[in-house]
Design a protein around this ligand. Structure first.
Ligand code: DX5
Ligand code: ZN
Length: 221
């Protein structure tokens, strides 16, 4: 398949002491957006960053900010992340908040909304919200840490969601996040994903531009 895909480097794998430069490195490498992983130490065992860091990063790059909230109380923080510069906010179905309410809050702030599903959550969880989403995120690792192994068994969920969007005539983004490399990207692409988060593969690459191109080339093989 050669239709265009979007590459979203995850700054979780970047050098946090040089975040601004790392964001610019991703932009110069030809990324389509910047994936910002927010973890609260409660929904997931890890803690990363909050709205002040997003705000500080905003002037460093013109990349679209793809913010992935791995937090327990998205309703409490959505406004702060939008004010800080988030352009798409993805929250987790499993956080316990009413997804319809979180989506409405995100849209009310003029931001795009994504719904993320952990590996154990079935595609059916997202079905009531398809029309109101700009994106569905199928986690291909357990959220919390970068550098984990891609879970190929999640491809069935990607296929089910793509079929569900197609059945409604929607060409909504489906993002995959976790363990994306030139080897795994084609599996997710064939299943119907079109937005690819890559942390370690891109930020650990000496030549990030070549690494972005390797992902794009993997799509066209
Ligand atoms: C994991 C994060 C991912 C992570 C991906 O909870 O949501 O975005 O940074 O990292 P890699 O590409 O290294 O698996
Ligand atoms: Zn993520």
């Amino acid at each position: 398949m050669t239709a265009s895909i979007k590459i979203s480097p995850s700054i979780l794998a970047s050098d946090f002491s040089r975040l601004g430069e790392e964001a610019r490195r991703a932009e110069a490498a030809g990324a389509d957006m910047l994936h910002v992983d927010v973890m609260d130490g409660h929904f997931v065992p890890n803690i990363t960053l909050g709205p002040p860091i997003v705000k500080a990063l905003r002037p460093c790059t013109s990349l679209f900010f793809d913010v992935h909230l791995m937090i327990s109380d998205p309703l409490k923080y959505v406004g702060d992340f939008i004010a800080a510069g988030a352009e798409r906010i993805t929250f987790h179905y499993e956080c316990g908040a009413d997804p319809a309410e979180v989506i409405a809050r995100i849209h009310a702030g003029g931001c795009e909304a994504g719904l993320a599903l952990k590996p154990a959550t079935p595609a059916s969880a997202a079905l009531p919200y398809l029309e109101s989403l700009e994106m569905a995120l199928v986690m291909t690792v357990e959220p919390g840490f970068g550098g984990q192994k891609f879970m190929a068994d999640q491809m069935e969920k990607v296929r089910a969601l793509r079929a569900a969007f197609d059945a409604k005539g929607l060409c909504t983004d489906i993002q995959v996040d976790g363990g994306i490399t030139p080897e795994t990207l084609p599996l997710a692409r064939a299943a119907g994903a079109n937005v690819f988060v890559a942390g370690s593969f891109l930020f650990n690459a000496e030549d990030m531009q070549a690494a972005v191109q390797a992902l794009r080339k993997a799509n066209s093989n």
